[in-house]
Design a protein around this ligand. Structure first.
Ligand SMILES: NC(=O)c1ccc[n+]([C@@H]2O[C@H](COP(=O)([O-])OP(=O)(O)OC[C@H]3O[C@@H](n4cnc5c(N)ncnc54)[C@H](O)[C@@H]3O)[C@@H](O)[C@H]2O)c1
Ligand SMILES: N[C@H](C(=O)O)[C@H](O)COP(=O)(O)O
Length: 317
């Protein structure tokens, strides 16, 4: 039997805790999951549990208690909670690695709050999870029913992208994506479209040389074994008919990949980390401090993230 999904609470001052309550109501009987959180931070009904084996018997949101140093005031992160947020993620990883949970779904963190409150040394979950799992490269993919995108460089300043974009990084990003599309998304022969970095994919070297020196050689090499094309101008590869021609778009930097998907489907996009020794998904939005605690946050993306985690877990068996 597939074990439940474990959900890390993320920033308690954000929309995470209320979304977990809403997702529990929506997914009862469909996706078994438990939240790791401080019960004192939760507003609605919860069932405190001691182990994930108790999830099936819970008629309220099952919560594995994790005491935090501070209270949760919507929209105002308490720096004394930062270490708790980080520790909850690590506890979620431990539970997936020891098999008590089948997958990890993370609620949003506030990166600056973690840096300020606990000197968190990672720009996001993606890099922290890679470190916890001792994996030197993972891939961020965001997926919605109409589009999958992968940023090759992730949480770095735009000015640093050209230097970070190496043939090795691009090759491994594409290979990890290709394997995951086959294994977790049931696409036997994935079609990949690779963007350029520069306007008009460099226009033959007139507007930048990364396409000639870095991107094209990798595509040529990998095209011997996979259906891959590019570099394509990024401005024309995301409209409807263009999207129909590929299963995933490999992009060169964060916003090149995430702007199109969050524009097309902010409500139900899912962030999934590929290349980890466990399954990790997440909603595609952040902590939404501006609406936290008002009961109006939309749980659609979290619901999609939980369904994706569960689906992947059931497929992997
Ligand atoms: N997985 C993650 O941990 C994750 C993902 C994205 C952003 N973040 C972090 O979250 C923080 C805030 O980021 P941001 O302000 O750029 O993005 P955000 O997604 O938190 O908010 C952007 C806008 O979308 C709205 N929004 C977000 N989620 C919503 C929901 N579920 N229902 C209704 N409206 C919603 C917000 O109210 C806001 O107006 C930053 O620290 C960022 O790094 C974390
Ligand atoms: N780049 C992600 C997004 O905007 O959706 C987000 O910052 C989450 O990153 P992690 O999953 O690494 O926390």
């Amino acid at each position: 039997m597939t074990a439940p999904v474990i959900v890390s609470c993320g920033e308690p001052a954000g929309v995470g805790p209320e979304l977990a309550q809403k997702a529990f109501e929506a997914l009862k009987g469909e996706v078994p999951f438990a939240l790791i959180a401080d019960p004192a931070h939760m507003d609605g009904p919860i069932a405190q549990i001691n182990a994930l084996s108790e999830v099936a018997q819970s008629d309220a949101l099952p919560v594995l208690p994790h005491p935090f140093a501070g209270t949760a005031k919507p929209g105002a992160p308490d720096p004394t909670n930062a270490q708790g947020v980080i520790d909850v993620i690590a506890r979620g990883v431990e539970l997936t690695l020891n098999g008590e949970a089948s997958a990890l779904c993370t609620l949003p963190i506030h990166k600056k709050a973690l840096k300020d409150g606990a000197d968190f040394g990672y720009p996001g979950h993606t890099e922290y999870l890679a470190a916890l799992a001792d994996v030197d490269q993972v891939v961020m993919m965001l997926a919605c029913p109409e589009l999958r995108v992968v940023p090759t460089t992730i949480h770095i300043a735009l000015a640093d992208v050209p230097r970070a974009l190496t043939q090795d990084l691009l090759r491994r990003t594409i290979q990890i994506t290709h394997v995951a599309l086959q294994r977790d998304f049931s696409i036997p022969a994935p079609r990949l479209a690779v963007s350029g970095l520069n306007p008009h994919a460099g226009e033959g070297g007139v507007m930048g040389r990364e396409e000639i020196e870095t991107i094209t050689p990798v595509i040529e090499e990998l095209s011997r074994n996979m259906d891959i094309r590019g570099p394509l101008p990024a401005d024309t590869m995301f409209h409807g008919p263009a999207r129909a021609g590929y299963d995933a778009a490999i992009c060169m930097y964060h916003d090149q990949a995430l702007v199109p998907i969050k524009t097309i489907d902010f409500a139900s996009g899912v962030n999934v980390t590929l290349g980890l020794p466990f399954i990790r998904t997440s909603p595609d939005h952040g902590t939404a401090f501006d609406i936290a605690g008002r009961g109006i946050a939309d749980p659609t993306s979290l619901i999609a993230a939980l369904r994706m985690a569960w689906d992947m877990a059931c497929k992997r068996g």
